[in-house]
Write a protein that binds this ligand. Structure first.
Ligand code: ZN
Length: 232
């Protein structure tokens, strides 16, 4: 199986879903982290240009450590548009990579790039699937979409899927996350400490020492039963 995580900034998917992605690689699955912008405007001392280059190197290092691949679109931090051009760019990458599972941002965020990524991915999945949208590659349907548990995307977020994180996946995630300067706290928020604690909070009530949580689209939460006594 192939899983593609699509984030507004390099690091978003790595920190929120990266341990589950590391676990998927350990189970033999293929993982792609697709960053629509580097997220290069938040560093207190580095120029956006220098920090963009550094963020892309950090993203590649993270992907290497967990055993996945990183790829990028060429948009600037805070400048990710919502239009058919970018939606078809993402749709073309979906047709090229052919993931069965996509992970992306929840719709309500304090960051416009996150909210825009949600909207872009929603339509890109549709454009990738429908044959009548003629592109250079054949259509590809994605079977599952998950929204990651990001402290910056909290409004009305209700996870309903909990993925247990084993020790090896956790170790790889932590080593990968430490490659990101911002995750280590250089931009003022202790990202790694937050996500380490969140894994415990998401795991313990669901029978795991650690877990990452995800929300599914409303349509995929619907359960079909032949009777009230049938197994769901
Ligand atoms: Zn972000």
């Amino acid at each position: 199986m192939k899983i593609m995580a699509i984030g507004g900034h390099a690091g978003d998917m790595d920190l929120t879903a990266g341990a589950a992605l590391a676990g998927a690689v350990l189970e033999g699955h293929e993982v792609v982290l697709f960053h629509l912008t580097p997220g290069e405007k938040g560093h207190p001392t580095l120029s956006a240009q220098d920090y963009a280059k550094q963020k892309m190197d950090e993203a590649r290092a993270f992907a290497d450590i967990i055993g996945g691949r990183a790829r990028f679109l060429e948009y600037g931090d805070g400048e990710l548009p919502v239009n058919d051009h970018v939606k078809f760019q993402v749709a073309d990458v979906i047709r090229e990579e052919k993931p069965q599972v996509i992970i992306t941002h929840w719709k309500n965020s304090i960051h416009k790039d996150h909210a825009n990524t949600h909207l872009i991915v929603e339509d890109a999945v549709f454009y990738a699937e429908i044959k009548a949208f003629e592109r250079s590659l054949p259509p590809h349907g994605v079977s599952r979409i998950y929204y990651a548990d990001n402290w910056e995307d909290p409004f009305d977020y209700e996870p309903d899927v909990y993925v247990g994180i084993g020790d090896q996946a956790y170790d790889r995630w932590l080593k990968g996350a430490q490659q990101y300067a911002y995750a280590r706290g250089e931009t003022g928020f202790q990202f790694i400490e937050y996500y380490k604690a969140l894994m415990t909070v998401r795991g313990l009530p669901h029978g795991f020492p650690r877990a990452e949580a995800f929300a599914r689209p409303t349509w995929s939460r619907q359960v079909r039963l032949t009777s009230l006594a049938a197994k769901g």
